[in-house]
Design a protein around this ligand. Sequence first.
Ligand SMILES: [Zn+2]
Length: 321
Amino acid sequence: MYKDKLTLLGTEIKRGDSVCLQFDVAKLHTRNSIQVPIFIERAKQDGPVLLLLGGVHGDEINGVEIVRRIIRNKINKPTRGTIICIPVFNIFGFLHLSRKFPDGRDLNRVFPGSAKGSLASQFAHEFKKEIAPFIDYVIDFHAGGADRVNIAQTRCMLDDEKTLNLAKVFGAPFIVQSKYITKSLRETFHNLGKTALLFEGGKSMLYDEEAIKHGVQGTKNVIRYLQMKRFKTITDTKSVIIKKSKWLRASHAGMFHVRIKNGAWVTKKTLLGIVTDPFGEFEKKIFAPFDCYIFCVNIAPIVNRGDAIFHVSLEIEEAEA
Ligand SMILES: [Zn+2]
């Protein structure tokens, strides 16, 4: 929590300020510069600093839309503390609707970066030096890669009490135990002693209205909990905590048809999907091997043997509201 001077990228942010800063990423060979717009709203009253981050992966547009709606509806104007919004973190990737940086690197695997590293690594380094130290809480919005559709969920280490508490406050349908990925933004924030929550909803390259609504509502719940702003509508949602999970894999190659609703609770032997050949010769049914929640579904039309097709719960717990 910053009580006095808040200086970001060389600009002093005073109490009551509403500022848009440009974070320089790179100068291109075409003489164009690439800049990441950062929207900062500092209340007159001191309080925590919350960062809302979209588009770390440039093709995960749900997160961009969530942060955009938060700005559009002025949810990011606190009465206490500071809310920083970065709707498109990986501008390069977003321009091309690609997950990666132009140097082919995944921005979420190069943190904390280095001053002399690759382009993505230099950007990560600058961010860690210039922005990250001032943040108390971060919500990082993602979507399933390729054809994997995530039902709205937050991810954290369940033994990290502060983050788990924030996940419960957020109130997405599911909270999924997830280890820190090496060199990820979440790991870097954690190592800096910050509370970092990861949201997953829908899949890349697709607007998923339900996931977007959960993302916006969850953020409002967190803002209210941190006493940064009041909202008229209050929703108290209970999440299901998934303590252990497992991927069900395709036993055959073929055309894949999903027969279950994502997010559903299914009992053992419920039909989940069918894999067929294109010639009408075989149809292989996929059944639930045990009672479980389905919280991610691969909607690829064609699958190979061994492809991950359903992410399911092995051990669950109901979170108290
Ligand atoms: Zn992502």
